[in-house]
Design a protein around this ligand. Structure first.
Ligand code: SF4
Length: 210
């Protein structure tokens, strides 16, 4: 495909920069412990300093992949797809979600919410970041708000973000992996004192699975 045609297909969302895809167990948030086919799309300009997938940031490094190929592999492997990144909403998620749904899959997304919502989802996990705040359409549609706790100020940020998110969203605080020893005791106390929050742990890292 010529470069200009490829750019058009990416703009339409029929081709996406695919970083990796794998069948595993969802390690964090509301669906922890559930088998899922992860589709990691490249491209993210949110710039979290503690990001554990920095290699996802540059979309140019990840092969433009037709969504039909992704859907074929995903639907053979699992009933649940988790689309993550990078930041999936960098791209038009409409065609991918339509095709995954047509193949009978449940569709969950992990997003920072930094870009307007595209696609049709069964579950949206919004994980807001201070460096590029979510847009209104994602606050309104989120099923789950998951705030990463890296330092004490993040509890204040979590409350600010909860106030902006729709009332039905389930609220999670999750220790940043490298800070967990320091932050877990604080999170435990915080959730005991503020029980609208739940704790999310990155259980896939304890299990040593992707
Ligand atoms: Fe990394 Fe996610 Fe932050 Fe992007 S939004 S920099 S992928 S943690």
């Amino acid at each position: 495909m010529q470069k200009v045609d490829l750019q058009k297909e990416v703009a339409k969302g029929t081709v996406l920069p695919l970083m990796e895809e794998f069948y595993t167990i969802q390690g964090e948030g509301f669906h922890t412990g559930t088998a899922a086919y992860f589709i990691r799309v490249g491209g993210c300009d949110v710039g979290c300093h503690w990001c554990d997938v920095k290699e996802s940031w540059d979309a140019e490094l990840h092969p433009p992949t037709a969504i039909e190929e992704i859907v074929e592999r995903a639907s053979k492997a699992a009933n649940l797809a988790v689309v993550t990144g990078g930041e999936p909403l960098t791209w038009n998620m409409g065609p991918l979600t339509a095709a995954l749904k047509k193949a009978g899959m449940q569709l969950n997304m992990e997003t920072s919410g930094a870009y307007p919502l595209t696609g049709t989802w069964d579950w949206i996990c919004l994980s807001p970041k201070k460096t590029k705040l979510p847009v209104e359409s994602v606050y309104a549609a989120a099923h789950e708000l998951k705030v990463v706790i890296f330092n004490k100020h993040d509890f204040i940020f979590a409350e600010e973000q909860a106030a902006l998110t729709n009332d039905k969203a389930i609220l999670f605080l999750q220790p940043e992996w490298s800070k967990q020893e320091e932050m877990v005791p604080l999170i435990v106390e915080y959730v005991k004192n503020n029980p609208k929050w739940r704790i999310s742990l990155q259980t896939h890292k304890y299990l040593d699975i992707p």
